[in-house]
Ligand binder design. Structure first.
Ligand SMILES: C[S@@+](CC[C@H](N)C(=O)[O-])C[C@H]1O[C@@H](n2cnc3c(N)ncnc32)[C@H](O)[C@@H]1O
Length: 208
């Protein structure tokens, strides 16, 4: 299955910290304060599930979380997390195949879209947009090449990552799709935007 991290599920968190220290983690944790109690939350591509424990530090109960992950191994790791008394439903599917009528208060897609070719990125964006409640929040965290400074080294790191992922055969794209124009086109509001790792990582809280 395309973009499935099964092969490196056990090493993923270590590799992420090795290259980006805690930037990928902090970028996500900082947004969690925007989660209101009793929210319904859709997490797509949550990886090993450490985010569930961080969410439980904000609200230990009352949340209804749907956790969609294409990697079976990532799902297994996530199921062992201590998410307190929140209700978490694990769904081992690509988000493209996840069918639901439910609308969500909050969506998290951390480092998901950088895996996708442009066409899939647009398709998944439309799909998720249609599942987010009116005035719902979308926590969007991903790499960014938009800052003026350091484009060369950021492009170099990104290229190296894509080469690595191509070698082990798990990521379909070799190019980052800039997702922010899609949010702008749908008139999302920027509630907060923070940058990490010399602005190579951007974390935006969008409101529909
Ligand atoms: C780069 S990792 C990020 C993991 C986690 N968000 C983090 O920051 O630690 C991307 C994750 O998205 C999952 N993924 C990729 N494509 C997916 C899809 N179409 N639907 C659901 N999950 C997907 C992969 O299996 C992987 O666990």
């Amino acid at each position: 299955m395309i973009n499935n991290y099964d092969k490196i599920a056990n090493q993923y968190d270590f590799l992420s910290r090795l290259v980006f220290f805690k930037s990928q983690v902090n970028a996500q944790i900082n947004q969690l304060k925007y989660i209101a109690e009793n929210s319904s939350i859709l997490i797509v591509g949550g990886g090993t599930g450490w985010i569930l424990e961080e969410i439980a530090k904000i609200h230990a109960s009352g949340l209804q979380i749907i956790y969609v992950e294409i990697s079976e191994k990532m799902i297994s790791l996530s199921q062992t997390r201590d998410f307190k008394n929140n209700k978490v439903e694990f769904i081992n599917l690509g988000i493209e195949d996840f069918k639901t009528d439910q609308l969500f208060d909050v969506m998290l897609t951390p480092f998901l879209f950088d895996n996708f070719i442009e066409h899939r990125a647009e398709m998944v964006f439309e799909l998720l947009h249609s599942r987010l409640k009116k005035t719902g929040l979308w926590f969007f965290v991903d790499f960014s090449l938009n800052a003026k400074n350091g484009r060369w080294w950021k492009s170099l790191i990104l290229k190296s990552m894509y080469v690595f992922f191509k070698l082990i055969g798990i990521v379909e794209t070799n190019k980052l799709t800039d997702m922010h124009p899609l949010f702008n086109k749908k008139s999302y509001l920027v509630v907060e935007q923070q940058f990490y790792y010399a602005s190579f990582i951007s974390a935006t809280v969008y409101q529909k």
